[in-house]
Write a protein that binds this ligand. Sequence first.
Ligand code: GLU
Length: 415
Amino acid sequence: MNKEQNPYQNAMAQLKKAAEIKSFNLAGRPKGAELLARLENPDREIRISIPVKMDDGSTKVFEGYRVEYNNILGPYKGGIRYHQETNINEVKALAFWMSLKCAVAGIPMGGGKGGITVNPKELSLEELERLSRGWMRMLADVLGPKKDVPAPDVNTTPEIMDWMNDEYGKITGDKSGAVITGKPLGKGGSEGRGAATGMGGFYVFESLRKDLGLPDKCKVAIQGFGNVGQNAARIFAEHGHSVVAVSDSKGAIYNPEGLDIEKVMGHKKVKGSLSGFPDSKEISNEDLLELECDLLIPGAFENVITEENADKIKAKAIMELANGPITPEADETLFKKNVPVIPDILANSGGVTVSYFEWDQNLKNEHWSEKEVFEKLRPMMADSAQKILQKAKENSTDLRRGAFILALERIAEKL
Ligand code: GLU
């Protein structure tokens, strides 16, 4: 992550660039000026201090956040990030993107995001549980199935969602589970939620592949091997594409003939890192981004493709499964180089869409099969992808601005 770049400023720059497209002219549309003004600030940003009793008996206080960006389309919705570099600007940017993402996805949800500045790998399981329950205790008042519905994000798991849901139930008596999504199966979680972001990205890719001039079988490089990166790698490989490189925070592995993803997953599980995987060359995360391939998928953090390396990208297309991996300056360079970018608010919206399915199932006390979940997800993703392509063409712009235009039109309609 490039710490020099403020993701919130980047998000606002993206908004401005889309709103100013002449053929779109948001401010000149009914309610457009009002919407633009409202989107320049979140409805509410909350900072909390969470005291946690550590295993050695001491007390440590962690900084936590919840940003409610806007609820024009429905309850605030968005994940909770645990990371040592998470701060209010990052959470604000992520909450803003959630507002547009839910609109692109066509679900009745607004945008929110939460976080805690912590390296969860440094905590014991018990400390992590106390921290997570603490976050929920301090925010239970503002959250709720019809108010604000969190979910997982970087470094937060179904188990953490379960602790939080349990804590909320104890405080409020609401045991429906609909206050938070991404819960474990058997604890109100939805089938397919774990793989949803990767699967949704794959459906978008399938829908746009020909339009973007990509071959039947692509060489794919994926940055990030957390939930999103692993599922994407598995799904692309299962569909006959060749995943030539993957990376985690410590480094990347590369094999131009394609990696055996099942084996890579097994190796990562046992060794805790990708390093030392046989039949591969170890390269850096930076090298991975500059590999010769058909599709590059940044699947981890913001600001990894910047002014500094945009010119060196050799991929034919990029799909953002991470939120905000490309800076606005790099976007311009890639547009000029004719490298299409499938933007985050479209590409990774499968996650929040299945979260919405989970919330809906919890409220109706239903449980849908995985088949049913993916059968509902696929046409929604393909439909959004095609609409965005259309908007981009009509306005002679890139897919990011196409996606912003679709989202802004949908939100303005409800204002
Ligand atoms: N954290 C995910 C995202 O950035 C999912 C949010 C959700 O499911 O509410 O889209």
